[in-house]
Design a protein around this ligand. Structure first.
Ligand code: IPM
Ligand code: MG
Length: 373
């Protein structure tokens, strides 16, 4: 019989494989009517095929309701080149993060990162933290508009446009590098709107817009202007704004002053790591990359190559990402069950992975959560 949902299953490499295995134990315990379709993604595909996210995986993602992704190893461009199979070396292949490509290719413009301190987790910075980060996921400094060496054409344009500063004329093309921060009105508007819609739907009180518009006047200035316009349409929700540097300090000083946060891509990346640490660190940071047609759910952490194969990392971040997937698919009862079971295991404190001060394995944690369902 045909299943209701088709779920792309992309373990990647390193501990990505292990945490997804644990999430599967939990999903299989639910009456979740889904078939799981495996997709190739990860370091080995870069080394052997010159593409960590092969076309067949993109095709697969075009044909699923949602996907779970584990993690992948990334290396700086020059090191990545050296690890290519010899026949692919010297061909000018450039390594780019597959997750960033996936976000752009499928226009997964929302990065939704809830950070909640579950009672009894000894890693909580404080109890009762319940923050939600909305990170723009396709543009900003991740737009991929970068130059090193800087082409003559661009150098000439920059020299002409910034005449009074006379900075570029004296530099050789290899003496500087350019990474463009590109924020669009459309991109800014849809992420801020997503944050406000979420706040309204979930009875949240306040949305804080994170920026650095006093310095990055063009790109962040646009983001902030658009955010103010969007915020004005939600008089029921408090509009708040903060500089990215200051908010890192204030979040540590008093996380209870914040509720929903919305930020351009790079600040959102940074703020969401801080928020994850407030609620227990990498083992608890879950995330959803969401567009109008597809959602790809993944733990915020990376592939942790030094732990690969040891089945010791905490799968809770991935299991909570699976909960987000269920919610996004409209299976909110199932999502609630997964969160409830996870919270119960944390509170009971009997099964703990190494980060929580215990010695249980990744799969034992998955099984313990599944047993509470
Ligand atoms: C994240 C990660 C990624 C990012 C990396 C792996 C490219 O840090 O999802 O937060 O920078 O977006
Ligand atoms: Mg990050």
């Amino acid at each position: 019989m045909k299943k209701k949902y088709r779920i792309g299953w992309l373990p990647g490499d390193g501990v990505g494989i292990e945490v997804l295995e644990a999430a599967k134990i939990v999903l299989e315990k639910l009456n979740f009517d889904a078939e799981y379709v495996n997709g190739d993604i990860g370091w080995e595909f870069w080394c052997n095929e010159g593409d960590a996210l092969p076309q067949r995986t993109l095709d697969l993602l075009s044909n699923v309701d949602a996907a779970m992704f584990g993690a992948i190893t990334s290396k700086p461009v020059k090191l990545a080149e050296k690890e290519l199979t010899p026949s692919l070396q010297g061909k000018g292949l450039i390594y780019r993060s597959p997750i960033v490509r996936m976000r752009q290719q499928f226009d997964l413009y929302i990065c939704h990162r809830p950070c909640k301190s579950y009672p009894g987790n000894s890693l909580n910075f404080k109890e009762n933290i319940d923050l939600v980060v909305f990170r723009e996921n396709t543009e900003d400094l991740y737009a991929g508009v970068e130059f090193s060496p800087v082409p003559d054409e661009l150098k000439a344009t920059l020299s002409r446009l910034s005449k009074p500063f006379k900075v570029f004329e004296t530099l050789g093309n290899n003496d500087f590098a350019v990474s463009c921060k590109v924020n669009t009105r459309k991109g800014s508007e849809r992420i801020v709107r997503a944050a406000f819609e979420f706040a309204r739907k979930h009875g949240r009180k306040k949305v804080t817009v994170v920026h650095k518009a006093n310095v990055v006047r063009a790109a962040d200035g646009l983001f902030l202007d658009v955010a103010r316009e969007v915020g004005a349409a939600y008089p029921d929700i408090q509009f708040d704004e903060a500089n990215v540097d200051a908010i890192m300090m204030w979040l540590l000083k008093n996380p209870f002053n914040y509720d929903v946060l919305v930020a351009p891509n790079l600040y959102g990346d940074i703020v969401s790591d801080l928020c994850a640490q407030l609620v227990g660190g990498l083992g608890f940071g879950c995330s959803g990359n969401i567009g109008d047609k597809l959602g790809v759910f993944e733990p915020t952490h990376g592939s942790a190559p030094k732990y690969a194969g040891q089945y010791k990392v905490n799968p809770i971040a991935t299991i909570l990402s699976a909960k987000q997937m269920l919610d996004w698919l409209g299976e909110t009862d199932l999502g609630r069950k997964v969160e409830g079971a996870t919270a119960a295991v944390i509170k009971e404190g009997k099964v703990k992975t190494y980060d929580m001060g215990g010695a249980n394995t990744t799969l034992e944690m998955g099984q313990a959560i599944a047993d509470k369902i």
